[in-house]
Design a protein around this ligand. Structure first.
Ligand SMILES: [Zn+2]
Length: 250
């Protein structure tokens, strides 16, 4: 009888003992909410002696998350991150956004904790990505909100509407440097040069490979920004510093 469980050992039923294990990648199918079989690339612990699959709590949680993420993607359900990003975009607290939407306070909180929103709530969240829809909600649901929140949200909406014609591009530092260098060479400022690269008709005369590559990179950055601003921010890493740059939309 083993008295205590070694921290890097797991129990193997077949070996009837705590064993060392390897971590392997396998394709695994998981049923989500009795609705759908989702296939994922799972990481599993395997007994070093007999190759039996072992239960590893942390890996299991990660695999479950992978399956849920894939399920959300497939069903067009906003991810936890997207949901958080919407709230943060308006600088609202969880309570405030719940009240704005006319939901129970716990309902919204649960979605940030990972619960799957039902279709109606998912659609409502999608709709409030657009500031003009929030404006309408604010007019209709102002009874649920404190004066302080109403004032704060009004201010934020004004800011957002004023910035509507601006695109915020976050570029990897390396790309930023390249663009800066090329802009200086052509005696243009960076914002003009970015616009030049992004606007197709302008770039058409200079169909060099390099320029096209830069253009594609920038367009990808913008696309990423438009889909989810935080997607760009959160890719920050030590090796890839981002430079924030503002240009005006044509
Ligand atoms: Zn074993």
């Amino acid at each position: 009888m083993q008295e205590s469980k070694d921290i890097d050992k797991l129990f193997c039923d077949k070996c009837d003992d705590f064993v060392e294990y390897n971590i392997e990648s396998i394709k695994e199918s998981r049923n989500i909410l009795n609705q759908e079989e989702i296939e994922i690339n799972a990481k599993v612990a395997v007994c070093k002696n007999c190759k039996e699959k072992l239960f590893h709590e942390k890996l299991d949680k990660e695999n479950q998350k992978r399956a849920f993420d894939k399920f959300r993607e497939k069903k067009n359900i906003l991810s936890v991150k997207e949901i958080k990003d919407i709230r943060k975009k308006y600088k609202l607290t969880q309570k405030e956004i719940s009240r704005l939407l006319g939901w129970g306070e716990i309902t919204y909180h649960r979605y940030e904790k990972g619960s799957l929103p039902d279709q109606t709530h998912n659609n409502q969240l999608r709709l409030i990505k657009e500031p003009s829809n929030v404006k309408i909600l604010l007019e209709n649901n102002s009874d649920n909100l404190s004066n302080k929140t109403i004032k704060k949200l009004h201010k934020r909406l004004e800011e957002m509407i004023a910035n509507k014609n601006k695109v915020e591009v976050t570029l990897p530092e390396e790309l930023y440097k390249q663009i800066k260098m090329k802009a200086e060479k052509d005696k243009m400022n960076i914002s003009e040069y970015l616009l030049f690269l992004i606007t197709k008709e302008n770039a058409a005369d200079k169909a060099e490979k390099e320029i096209n590559k830069l253009k594609k990179d920038i367009q990808t950055s913008i696309l990423r920004y438009k889909t989810s601003p935080a997607a760009v921010w959160n890719q920050k890493s030590i090796s890839e510093e981002k430079v924030k740059y503002k240009i005006k939309n044509k």
